[in-house]
Design a protein around this ligand. Structure first.
Ligand code: 13P
Ligand code: SF4
Length: 305
């Protein structure tokens, strides 16, 4: 079956089964094309809270499918490829958070949304890269533990110098590979370009940027510019911009050999079709007690963010 035929079959199967497809912007253009709702982590979480579908197929990584299930427990939620996980989501064990809270009862624990449901259940509030500064700024605690991303955490810490923020040492294995040399070389090749970067990148890279923001913020910034923009994040964002904007060649991918998240790229159209017709993927099942605890920190994020 060719791509067009497969897309048509997906569209028919969606109608027949009452399925809604959510896709993170990092997904391949063909998946973005057939998805009903696309966006970054914060946007998808907001939409997951409003969803009325019988079944959702979440094209992204496991923590995103878990977020849908946490927010919409009645919805059958399918992750099309069970091994699609964000490595950063498990870089701290829930026991470590429990130990920290026992030792620091007045502290608040902030979990980046890129965490497992089990971790969210132990934390006080979740944040996404687009809402982290706003939310942490509103917390009243004397001490704040930020897990797991040290780079996003140190960016927030720099923006909020009055807050006592303790960082965990996790990182995104994709964005963390970026170096100042990558940026300098790319700027040399495109001296007229501005540079936008995701805050999951190391501080030495963020320091060189004209704009720092989450996926949707980078997209809006890139669209608002007239000339060339160097994009310092996963290459799905440049794919998105080049297919949705005129003069798509003005978006320059920084370090294309590094900025590809293998987990985000695991899902194919065939996997999505199989998930819709109930012949593939994994249905996300969460123990109700854990789901309710994780919901508290996600709801707090939606309220404060
Ligand atoms: P955002 O969608 O919040 O920009 O996060 C990027 C990311 O790495 C998702 O895993
Ligand atoms: Fe996780 Fe990084 Fe991939 Fe995002 S890009 S899913 S943070 S590994």
């Amino acid at each position: 079956m060719n791509t067009v035929e497969l897309k048509n079959k997906i569209s028919e199967a969606k109608k027949d089964t009452g399925t809604v497809i959510l896709a993170h912007t990092y997904q391949d253009p063909d998946i973005i094309d057939i998805a009903d709702i696309t966006g970054d982590s914060f946007f998808l979480s907001k939409k997951a809270a409003e969803i009325k579908a019988k079944r959702v197929v979440m094209c992204g990584v496991r923590f995103m499918a878990e977020s849908v299930k946490i927010l919409s427990p009645e919805t059958e939620t399918i992750l099309p490829v069970p091994s699609a996980t964000c490595p950063m989501a498990e870089q701290i064990l829930p026991e470590r958070v429990r130990e920290y809270k026992k030792a620091n009862p007045d502290a608040q624990v902030v979990a980046y949304i890129n965490t497992t449901a089990a971790l969210k259940a132990e934390c006080d509030v979740c944040v996404t890269s687009s809402s982290a500064i706003k939310i942490v700024d509103k917390l009243k605690a004397d001490e704040i533990l930020f897990i797991p991303d040290q780079h996003l955490g140190s960016y927030v810490k720099e923006k909020l110098p009055d807050k006592n923020i303790v960082l965990w040492d996790g990182f995104c294995p994709v964005h963390a590979l970026l170096t100042a040399e990558d940026v300098i070389a790319c700027k040399k090749a495109h001296p007229d370009a501005v540079f936008a970067v995701h805050p999951e990148s190391p501080a030495e890279v963020v320091k060189l940027a004209d704009m720092v923001g989450a996926t949707s913020e980078i997209i809006n910034y890139a669209k608002s510019q007239k000339g060339k923009v160097i994009i310092g994040t996963e290459r799905g964002v440049v794919d998105y911009l080049s297919t949705h904007e005129e003069n798509g060649d003005r978006f320059i991918q920084l370090a294309p050999e590094k900025l590809c998240c293998e987990d985000m790229k695991k899902i194919s159209l065939q996997d999505i079709y199989n998930a819709i017709i109930g012949e593939g993927g994994e249905e996300i099942i969460l123990p109700e007690e854990l789901r309710k605890k994780a919901l508290v920190s996600i709801n707090r994020m939606l309220e404060l963010g």
